[in-house]
Structure formats: C-alpha cells, structure tokens
Design a protein around this ligand. Structure first.
Ligand SMILES: Cc1cc2nc3c(=O)[nH]c(=O)nc-3n(C[C@H](O)[C@H](O)[C@H](O)COP(=O)(O)OP(=O)(O)OC[C@H]3O[C@@H](n4cnc5c(N)ncnc54)[C@H](O)[C@@H]3O)c2cc1C
Length: 468
C-alpha cells in the first residue's frame, strides 16, 4: 500500500463522486480543518483526504478500492488516540463518525453499536432505557477504539473491561466484505481491535442502571507527597478488607488554577445510593477533603462533567506502568509528583483493575489480567513551549518508578496499548508487553485474517511480525 499522491487522489475523487453519499474533504475543503481535529496536538499530519462512510457497505467499498489501488488508510472515530494514529500523512482517513447508532435488543441485555459511535452518545442512548455499559470517563472518546483495545473505566470492577462486553462484531474484512466475526476472530478483536478489519458494528452487554453516585474529591494538597502516601496507605487497608464491585476510584493529580492537587474521581455504580454514601465517607476519611462534588447523578451527566474539566486537545507524551501495589511505589511516585510541571494538561492518574476484569480469560487477548493499578503518566501541555518539559517529566517519572522494582515482583511486565507510545517504527514496543501470553495468538490471528496486512496502519502495527 502506498501514499495517496495527486494522481491517486484525483482517481479516488472520481470514484467517490460516483458514490455521492460518501462525503469527503481534502485540505482545500472548507470543513477539512474541523474534520481533521484530533486530541493530539503533537500530530501535525494532514491526510490527503478524509472520507465519511455513511454505512457499513460504504466502508466495504472504500476498503476494496483502497486495496485495489494500493492506497494506505487509517481509521478514525473519536480522534483520541494519544499518538494521533488516525491521522497520517499520505494515508486516507476513514472517518467512522457517521456510522453512529445504538439499537437495544429485546430483553435489554445487549445493544448493537455502530462502529463510529462516541462513548457519550452510547451512554445517553442506554440511559434513556434505564441501562448502562462500561465506558471510559470522557464522552468524546470513540467507543470501539476504547473497548476493543481494553477499556478501563468507572464500571469495570463491576462488569469487566470494555473488551469483555463485546459479544459479537461485524467487520469489513481485507477483501471489503462485511463479515460477522467468528469466535476465534472475536477473541482477537477483544484486545487487538482493528488489526483484522474495520469494526462497523459491535454488540455489547448492557445492564440495568439508572442512578449512580459520582463526582470528584480533592484532598488538601499543600504537601502533595504526604497526601498521596497517606491516601494510598489507607486505601490499601480498605482494599484488604474487601471493596464492593460497585465502587471505582480513579486517583489523579491535576493542575488547577489554584495549584497542583491530589484527588480522585469517585464512582458508585449502583442505584443503592445509601450504601454508596457509606463508602464515600470511608474514602473521604483517607485524607483531608477540601472539595467534594460527589452527588447522585447519571452516567451521561458524569461523563459530561468530566469533559468539562479536561482539555479537548493537548500535546501529550504519555507513559504507562502496571503495578500490583501502589504502596510499594508510593515514595517514588510522590517524589515525581512534586516535580510535575504546572501546565494544565500535565496529569498523573491511576486506573485500578480488579473484580471481573482481573480474572484470567481465554475469551480475549488483553494482556494484563492480574489485579493491578494502571499508572497513566500524562506529560501533557496546552502550549507548545511547555511540551518538552512535560515530556521529560513523564519519561523521568516512568524511569523513577520503573527502577523501584528490583525483585520484579511489583511492576508487571505488561503495558496498556492506548497509553504507552507505539514508538517510531512498527513493533517498537515488544508485542509481548501488550499481549503477554497471547502474543503468538495475536500474530497467528493476524496471519489468518489479514495475511496481506491490508489494515497495516491499525494499532498495534504488526508488519515486522507477520513478515517472519
Ligand atoms: C482524553 C482521553 C481520555 C481517555 N480515557 C480513557 C479511559 O478512561 N480508559 C481507557 O481505557 N482509555 C482511555 N483513553 C484512551 C482511548 O481509549 C484510546 O486512545 C482509544 O483508542 C481512542 O479511540 P478513538 O476512537 O477516540 O480514537 P481514534 O484516534 O479515532 O482511534 C484510535 C484507533 O482506534 C482504532 N479504531 C477506532 N475506531 C475503529 C473502528 N470502528 N474499527 C477499527 N478500528 C478503530 C483505529 O486503529 C485508530 O487508530 C483516553 C484517551 C484520551 C485522549
């Protein structure tokens, strides 16, 4: 597959004009800049064309055409790849955002979700029917891109990761055909997402859930190191007594207009609000709370509240580590938090994998199933001039925490594909770090379902693996 040069672009436009319902924009189109917008400001690429299929069959036509003409393409939904993977110079972007729908099946146990649906739209559609499914906490993230590569979120201790919700998928395969994934392929899609084909629809589990208790707690942070360590000591003790699956906290250190603050996003994912309040008071007791926005709410409202406080785009150099116990790395983390740059996009957050998400399963290729905390070290910056300092902080934090694990017991070998940078060349993060013991299965599935590597630009890039 090659770049879309001017000759290929003209021919592609002729082809698209025969299918006028597939809209498109090129850099000279008035809507190109808004369609090209993605989260990553680091990504400066300008695809020669952004095409907007309206239905699965259009995606099939586009893949067939691209393959026959040797045109490279990347897939975009929410545009929230931290590495700008949807937007590549010389490659057509297939923008899935018009394939957005949620069809709840009879019995209200499953929903079919269009491949271009955003998390917020999914949550809103389900909420209207008194239902919910795990999503991440930012509504503008694409649902498939979140779920099919893992998907940590505020309901995952109760219901499992995003990948664990997927019970069926329709993909456009390398020949451009729409196929229903068989069990073997489904297993690969649950963790390796779009490397076998473009996912035009997934069917996911949904659960009755109307109200939740959710919001943010901010702790007194004059001594951020102490606040972080004290909280984690207490949280560890609470955890050893047993935490209910409805409770998920995401710890975070953020910069606010008032300075750097340690806090957490609290989610009690159940209508039993009274029990949730009891757990809230236990969590509040682990520090000195200076701000508390936790209230009875709904999932769509919780997602909207998160969107309101995080940047829509940023420079972001992220690193990630999976650790078994925070308490064993708390000193190292605390020393790095002291040095976190003051840019509003610099952040340190912790997702926890426990409950059903943390049980070994043969049904997915997601790599790290041991109970763990996934550290997101987000060297973010709103301004280009702060970018280098934030990136250097993320790297040195990652190294400092990494060095604590002399016995190799606390830091797990695996990493999270959506946060750990893919590297300059394909396969730079060893595949074993992403898929652990499933590595060879992922490669075998790729060879079986996309032997010609038509979906070369999907993450993770396997070109070096399928050659051998
Ligand atoms: C602000 C922010 C918050 C986040 N929060 C969380 C979180 O809470 N939990 C978590 O686990 N992760 C989180 N992430 C990571 C996020 O889930 C991944 O980056 C995800 O892949 C983004 O999907 P997207 O569609 O928005 O991005 P895009 O950049 O549009 O797509 C990312 C990749 O997904 C693939 N893809 C997207 N749609 C399809 C499709 N229909 N078929 C095949 N492949 C497809 C493509 O290969 C593409 O390169 C967050 C990222 C950001 C920037």
């Amino acid at each position: 597959m090659g770049s879309v040069g001017s000759q290929k672009l003209s021919e592609l436009e002729v082809f698209l004009n025969k299918h006028p319902h597939i809209t498109y924009a090129t850099p000279s189109s008035p809507n190109y800049a808004s369609l090209r917008e993605i989260f990553s400001l680091d990504c400066k690429s300008n695809p020669p064309i952004i095409v907007r299929p309206q239905k699965a069959e259009d995606v099939g036509l586009l893949v067939q055409y691209a393959k026959s003409q040797g045109i490279k393409f990347a897939v975009r939904t929410g545009g929230h790849s931290l590495f700008g993977l949807s937007t590549i110079d010389g490659a057509m972007t297939i923008d899935m955002r018009d394939i957005t729908y949620v069809h709840i099946e009879q019995g209200k146990k499953l929903a079919k979700v269009g491949g271009g649906t955003l998390q917020g739209d999914l949550a809103t559609a389900l909420h209207k029917e008194g239902l919910a499914t795990p999503t991440g906490s930012v509504p503008s993230v694409g649902y498939v891109g979140w779920a099919a590569y893992g998907g940590y979120g505020p309901l995952s201790a109760q219901f499992g990761l995003g990948a664990d919700q997927i019970v069926a998928a329709k993909i456009v395969d390398p020949s451009g055909k729409i196929v229903e994934a068989d069990d073997k392929l489904l297993r690969g899609i649950r963790g390796a997402g779009g490397i076998f084909g473009i996912i035009v629809e997934i069917t996911v589990k949904v659960y009755p859930l109307n109200k939740i208790l959710a919001g943010n707690l901010i702790f007194a942070s004059q001594d951020i190191s102490e606040a972080f360590k004290k909280f984690n000591g207490g949280y560890r003790e609470l955890s050893t007594q047993g935490l209910p699956s409805q409770l998920v906290i995401q710890q975070m250190v953020v910069n606010s207009p008032y300075g750097r603050a340690f806090g957490l996003a609290f989610t009690w994912g159940s209508d039993d609000i009274d029990t949730g309040r009891m757990w809230l008071s236990k969590i509040e007791g682990l520090g000195t709370v200076v701000m508390n926005t936790v209230a009875e709410t709904t999932i769509p409202e919780m997602l909207a509240a998160t969107q309101a406080v995080i940047p829509l785009k940023a420079y972001c150099s992220s690193r990630s580590l999976n650790v078994r116990k925070i308490t064993e790395v708390a000193d190292a983390i605390a020393s790095c938090l002291e040095k976190m740059p003051s840019d509003l996009a610099a952040m340190f957050t912790i997702h926890e994998l426990r409950g059903p998400s943390a049980k070994p399963t043969k049904d997915s290729v997601f790599g790290t199933r041991d109970p763990h905390f996934m550290l997101e070290i987000l060297g973010g910056a709103l301004k280009e001039e702060s970018r280098e300092a934030s990136a250097a902080w993320a790297q040195s934090t990652w190294e400092t925490i990494g060095k604590t694990d002399r016995g190799g017991q606390n830091i797990l070998p695996g990493t999270y594909i959506s946060v750990e940078p893919p590297g300059e060349s394909p396969g730079q993060i060893p595949l074993s770090k992403i898929y652990g013991s499933h590595e060879s299965d992922v490669v075998a599935l790729k060879r079986e379902y996309d032997s010609e590597n038509v979906f070369d630009l999907a993450m993770p890039r396997l070109v070096d693996y399928i050659r051998s």
